[in-house]
Design a protein around this ligand. Sequence first.
Ligand code: ATP
Ligand code: MG
Ligand code: MG
Ligand code: MG
Length: 439
Amino acid sequence: MRLSRYFLPILREVPKEAEIVSHRLMLRAGMVRQESAGIYAWLPLGLRVLNKVCAIVREEQNRAGAIELLMPTIQSADLWRESGRYDDYGKEMLRIRDRHEREMLFGPTNEEMITEIVRGYVKSYKSLPLNLYHIQWKFRDEVRPRFGVYRSREFLMKDAYSFDLDAEGARHSYNKMFVAYLRTFSRMGLKAIPMVADTGPIGGNLSHEFIILASTGESEVFCHADYLDKAVPGAGTDFEDRAGLQGLVDQWTELYAATSEKHDSDAFGAIPEPRRLAARGIEVGHIFYFGTKYSAPFGAKVQGPDGAEHMIHMGSYGIGPSRLVAALIEASHDEAGIVWPEAVAPFRVGILNLKTGDSATDAACEDLYARLVAAGIDVLYDDTDERAGAKFASADLIGLPWQILVGPKSLAAGKVELKRRVDGTRELVSPDDVLERLT
Ligand code: ATP
Ligand code: MG
Ligand code: MG
Ligand code: MG
């Protein structure tokens, strides 16, 4: 992409309405624009990051055996009357009437709809287990939308729903998502800690919130500091190996980690003092086993191997990709701007033409640009006639992990400068070496 032809509305001033750093930087870097309270347009740069986050989420869901579909945003009120949640949900639900005065709603979640779909088709245990997910916009009329896309009213959610014959099967499905979540967040360069979370009236301990520690987080959390250095299960993990998977989940739950609702001060006190971590965190994912809570009212049952009918055991598993974009910035930024981990950077590489109009510099940039594009690398070429200083500032603000600085002085020696955003280190290298390094 050539910057001169891109749409990147960078703001030089710090927007005063933004209270936290991710919100400020997302506005300054031209990633999002507020359209109404808690409702955002994703501008091209922001959309690139959101899409990269979704791609990782999708890959790890698929790896764990979940299957993607797409349900609508608008749902009928009748569906929610079947579960009894239409009245319970309260003001967070955006209720709509169509031209025939039919009661509709903008979905805040999809347990009802997916249960209705599965009820319609699945009749035998032979069709199970099943895990279906989608990545779709949700609407929740939050009392206090704030912090930009961190707590918005319209937001993107990946929500998966598992269906099993019995509780043991459902436990395995839960474990698959647990491990998939560890891998998902780690691939984005985040340390997400699974913390025991409230299960409400269903009880049991099969609910975990995945929390990123950050001073701006809205949750109060308590955990053993060892979680920060734990190795995440590899890509070769066998998701069908029940015992193996249970072992991984056991390893990741044996140390204390809980959100404030489930906090047990005695258990926390038993952690050696220097390893006790009481902090604030951002909920980026939430997994939940809820048994037959929805299958029972919906009559979603299958015939078991014994010939009898069994209510399906279900779980649901959410991740907030739009909130994750904010969480990624909260976790990785400096005074100059965003520091994207490579896996989610909007562009992995920037080329900064430090003397646009100088024929040798232009030619060297064009050549590098063409070769990087041909190698399939996401590259943003700053071919504008801005001052060099402004180009450095923009590339750092939008957080490009690798920046190639091309100017007449180093070119005279057959070199360009390769700068790493994460530590600011610069190295003089030949264009051929740059290509080798980045491909
Ligand atoms: P919170 O406690 O922050 O209100 P929640 O517990 O209500 O979140 P869930 O129903 O567990 O949210 O939804 C799954 C995921 O969707 C959350 O873990 C979060 O990542 C994301 N999410 C929920 N609400 C919002 C929101 N208002 N804006 C952005 N993302 C959200
Ligand atoms: Mg909520
Ligand atoms: Mg929550
Ligand atoms: Mg939650």
